[in-house]
Design a protein around this ligand. Structure first.
Ligand code: GAR
Length: 191
C-alpha cells in the first residue's frame, strides 16, 4: 500500500523539497499535501512548483476536528513536520497516533522545547561551547520535542564555528537522513 504523506512546514522548505524528491518515483509513499501555518513562505512555492496540493491554516484550524477529518478524507496516513513551529494539538495526535514525525536540529533532549527552533538552537549550541550537535527525528506528542526518539545523528562542532556554520552542518545531516528514516518508519508501520 502506498502511503500519502502530508508535510507541515512554516518556512523555507528545504527539507520538504528533499522529501518530495526522494519519494517522487517511490512505491512506498507520495507527498500529496503540504500544510503551512504561514502564507507566502518558501515551502508553498515548492508545493506550487511541484504541483502538490497545499493549504494555509486559518486561525484555530489546526486544533479543529474538521481539520483532522480533512486529512483523513485525503487519505493522509503520515504527517511529517519539517520546520513546523506550532505545537501539535492533542486532537491531531489522537487522530494520528504514532503517525506524526518531527525533525529537530539538535541532539534532544538538549536544546529542545518552546522557543528552540532554527537559529535559536544553533546560537545556544555555540554559546555553550558544545563539541557536537546533530539531528533528532522523533514521534510527536503533546509537548514540544518530547516524543520517543526514532533516530539521531551527530556532527562535530569546533570552537571557531559560527551559528551559521553549525546550521549548515546540521542541515547536511537533515537532508541526508530525513527522507530515508521516513521510509524506514513507513516500512516498519504495521497499520
Ligand atoms: C530545520 O532545520 C528543522 O530541523 C527546524 O527548522 C528547519 C527548517 O528548515 N525545525 C525546528 O527547529 C523545529 N523545532 P527548512 O524549512 O529549510 O526545511
Amino acid at each position: 500500500m502506498s502511503h500519502q504523506l502530508c508535510i507541515f512546514a512554516s518556512g523555507t522548505g528545504s527539507n520538504a523539497q528533499k522529501i518530495i524528491n526522494y519519494f517522487k518515483d517511490s512505491e512506498t509513499a507520495t507527498v500529496s499535501l503540504i500544510v503551512s501555518d504561514k502564507p507566502n513562505v518558501g515551502v508553498l512555492s515548492i508545493a506550487q512548483k511541484e504541483g502538490i496540493k497545499w493549504k494555509v491554516l486559518q486561525k484555530g484550524e489546526l486544533a479543529s476536528e474538521s481539520f483532522a477529518s480533512f486529512l483523513k478524507d485525503k487519505e493522509i496516513s503520515m504527517i511529517i513536520l519539517a520546520g513546523f513551529l506550532r505545537l501539535i494539538p492533542l486532537s491531531l495526535i489522537q487522530a494520528y497516533p504514532q503517525q506524526i514525525i518531527n525533525i529537530h536540529p539538535a541532539l534532544l533532549p538538549k536544546y529542545g522545547g518552546k522557543g528552540m527552533y532554527g537559529m535559536n538552537v544553533h546560537r545556544a549550541v555555540r554559546d555553550n561551547h558544545e563539541a557536537e550537535s546533530g539531528i533528532t527525528i522523533h514521534y510527536v506528542n503533546e509537548k514540544f520535542d518530547d516524543g520517543a526518539h526514532i533516530f539521531q545523528a551527530s556532527c562535530q562542532i569546533y570552537s571557531e564555528d559560527s551559528p551559521e556554520k553549525i546550521a549548515k552542518k546540521v542541515q547536511v545531516l537533515e537532508h541526508g537522513y530525513f527522507p530515508m528514516i521516513i521510509e524506514k518508519v513507513l516500512h516498519s508501520d504495521r497499520n
